[in-house]
Design a protein around this ligand. Structure first.
Ligand code: FES
Length: 208
């Protein structure tokens, strides 16, 4: 079972699992483009992280923040830099739910399915979005525009049902309000109106 968390208490706590990277390699670009992207990222951080196992999670987090996900190549680069087996890096990445192995869409819709949100209809929100985008939760549309995800609780239950659009909080969503959001981000030019600075999440209510 995957577990969210921010640190590893000891190496023996972390199972050595093979990351599901089967669809991650080179999504959204050629092999050369991905290699260059990874090389550029590594060049900016190689002096930041000491070659120690303690750097595994911080490096994975930095890579995901820069690249949006963890392609197989970046875990190989991290392993070489930290002088640890690649399987250890992939095992740590697989252990934590915070890490992604597939390239996300340009927009990410994350629906809370925790109890407070679920009883207020978040299950129906996901059903509608899946039908509208023709994808299941955990997938990205074929054009790379939108990824759909779910989480068990954002910790903002008073705003239920809560949806994140990228880094923006959408509170007390309804099937109608989510339909508008999905239409807007799926329709091209207007999608940028939902872009917000990553450092300052906004809160948006329903369009009633
Ligand atoms: S249950 Fe959805 S924010 Fe807590």
């Amino acid at each position: 079972m995957k577990t969210s968390g921010s640190h590893v208490s000891s190496e023996k706590d972390v199972p050595i699992l093979k990351a599901d990277t089967s669809n991650a390699n080179n999504e959204g670009g050629t092999e050369g483009q991905l290699d260059s992207e990874v090389e550029r990222w590594f060049a900016t951080v190689e002096n930041t992280f000491p070659p120690s196992q303690l750097s595994i999670i911080p490096m994975l987090q930095a890579a995901q923040a820069a690249l949006g996900y963890l392609p197989h190549e970046v875990m190989q680069v991290i392993a070489r830099h930290l002088v640890v087996p690649p399987a250890l890096v992939e095992g740590v990445a697989s252990f934590y739910a915070q890490f992604r192995f597939k390239k996300p869409g340009r927009h990410r819709i994350t629906v809370c399915t925790g109890t407070a949100c679920y009883v207020r209809g978040s299950g129906k929100l996901i059903d509608d979005i899946e039908v509208s985008l023709k994808i299941a939760s955990g997938e990205t549309t074929a054009d790379g525009a939108v990824s759909l995800e779910s989480v068990s609780c954002f910790g903002a239950c008073a705003l239920a049902p809560v949806v994140f659009l990228d880094d923006k909080v959408l509170r007390q969503q309804t099937r109608e309000s989510m339909k508008k959001v999905v239409q807007e981000i799926s329709s091209g030019p207007s999608e940028d109106k939902h872009r917000e600075p990553h450092s300052s999440p906004a809160v948006r209510g329903t369009d009633k």
